[in-house]
Ligand binder design. Structure first.
Ligand SMILES: Cc1cc2nc3c(=O)[nH]c(=O)nc-3n(C[C@H](O)[C@H](O)[C@H](O)COP(=O)(O)OP(=O)(O)OC[C@H]3O[C@@H](n4cnc5c(N)ncnc54)[C@H](O)[C@@H]3O)c2cc1C
Length: 442
């Protein structure tokens, strides 16, 4: 029996793809929910855009139809010497192959009061239910940690007219990932939201509680006290490896794997947020905690456990998110600090809240990546530019090819080229869309 621990995007993609290739019995185990759901859409359930069942991509009968057993229970331990796992209730199961897809867990840093009532995160279905429960009568919430999940939680609370204090340790928002210009742009946008009070360069010191062990206020490291009835902890996530403690399987920050997803134990594999590559693909991080990489890993592990040995080849990096009303996409590598030998061009249209941040090699002019905010760009086109080593000039001259919004180039593109020419002393004149036509012709 192939056992998969974790029914997130990585685990279920693995199961679905193994089933396409093999008739072996498959069991997916999850402590969180029986059925797979889209974690990225949790916020929309809270905001009333969808019901929970709408974020379950498969009908409940899908699993039985495909002979994939689901077990809603918690695994307590793994014994690699006998190829078996033990559940919290004592049940034991043997595996021929074991795939660990246990995801992430929210970071907590030992703050006083972090485990009190009215303190929650935004990761699991249970977190959503918890936030829902304590939102009744909630007037003020404090969110700790300036990242994508924090901003989602803030948007959720604001949608119910709950006042939100947001503590960000850094001077700039999400500055571990975004360059300063991009962070500032997002900060300007965030600051327009009524009811959201940002506290930059400020940290949580402790969560104060009442006699019922409920959060009633927080103290910051700058000595302020902020009264609240809920504290949201969103200070990043780490691989969820607690299950592996006594297993002997090698871990670092995550479960150590090679490019075939093999752990240090025979017949045991790890994929998705919980996995850490010993030798990451050049230009990529050892731990990748995003949806699409979990999906790719799920597809590839299916090949590896059914006899077709293949390596992790994720292609060019990309990601997308939303900061309130501003959509963000990134293609290629735009680092928070510009590395030596690279050059950048930032185009900003204040009135319409659009920013494009291009990065390229100084010498060769090779295009390295883009962050774009407030406007959608075609993944396919940027991917093509990245794999064909297009130059920054190629990209700018043909930006129309990448544009989703037909109004975009008529409004801004000439202005962008003009600014580029002025900054880099070039004389570019925009082309007709070229790459897009080439791609369509393929
Ligand atoms: C609120 C939120 C918004 C996000 N938005 C985006 C986004 O917009 N774009 C993007 O790319 N990524 C986003 N992410 C990240 C993305 O959701 C994750 O990278 C992805 O879901 C990880 O999938 P996974 O299958 O590796 O693990 P998970 O989805 O975490 O699944 C792991 C499962 O394993 C179970 N499990 C763990 N240990 C045990 C055990 N001992 N016994 C039984 N079950 C166990 C857990 O309960 C869980 O159900 C977001 C994440 C969150 C929390």
């Amino acid at each position: 029996m192939i056992i998969i621990i974790g029914n997130g995007i990585s685990g279920v993609t693995a199961a679905r793809n193994i089933r396409k290739r093999s008739a072996d019995p498959i069991t997916i185990i999850s402590a969180e929910s029986k059925y797979f759901f889209s974690r990225t859409a949790l916020m929309y359930v809270y905001m009333g855009h969808m019901k929970f069942e709408h974020i379950q991509p498969y009908e409940n009968h899908f699993w039985e139809d495909n002979k994939i057993d689901l077990l809603h229970a918690k695994v307590d331990s793994i014994d690699t010497s006998s190829n078996s796992i033990t559940m919290v209730n004592g049940d034991q199961f043997s595996y021929s192959k074991l795939i660990l897809a246990t995801g992430s867990k929210p970071n907590k840093f030992g703050w006083k009061g972090q485990d009190a009532k009215r303190v929650g995160g935004l990761y699991s279905k249970q977190d959503l239910e918890y936030a829902e429960k304590y939102s009744v009568g909630l007037k003020t919430a404090v969110i700790i940690g300036g990242g994508l999940i924090g901003i989602e939680l803030a948007e959720m609370f604001l949608s119910r007219n709950i006042k939100v204090h947001f503590l960000v340790r850094e001077k700039y928002f999400w500055n571990g990932v975004l360059p300063n210009q991009d962070s500032s742009f997002i900060m300007d946008h965030i600051s327009k939201h009524h009811g959201l009070i940002m506290h930059y360069e400020n940290e949580l010191d402790e969560i104060m509680t009442n006699e019922n062990n409920e959060a009633i206020a927080i103290k910051t490291k700058l000595g302020e006290t902020i009264e609240c009835q809920f504290v949201g902890l969103t200070a990043g996530v780490s691989p969820n490896i607690s299950l592996l403690k006594s297993s002997g399987i090698e871990t670092n920050r995550g479960i150590m794997i090679n490019c075939h997803f093999e752990t240090s134990a025979k017949d045991v594999y790890a994929i998705g947020d919980c996995a850490e590559f010993r030798d990451p693909v050049p230009g990529r991080r050892p731990i990748e905690q995003v949806w699409y990489t979990g999906k790719i890993m799920g597809e590839l592990i299916a090949k590896n456990v059914t006899g077709e040995r293949c390596e992790y080849t994720p292609g060019q990096w990309f990601n997308s998110a939303k900061f309130f009303d501003i959509e963000y996409q990134t293609y290629g590598n735009v680092l928070s600090t510009l590395p030596e030998g690279q050059e950048e061009f930032v185009y900003k249209h204040d009135k319409n809240e659009i920013l494009l941040h291009f990065v390229f090699e100084k010498e060769s002019r090779k295009f390295i990546g883009i962050n774009n905010f407030g406007i959608r760009m075609r993944h396919l086109v940027f991917n093509e530019w990245l794999i064909t080593d297009a130059t920054i000039e190629d990209v700018l001259l043909d930006l129309k090819s990448a544009n989703f919004d037909p109004e975009f180039h008529t409004k801004y593109e000439d202005d962008m080229i003009k600014q580029f020419n002025a900054k880099f002393n070039t004389q570019l004149v925009s082309n007709k869309p070229k790459w897009w036509q080439n791609i369509l012709a393929k």
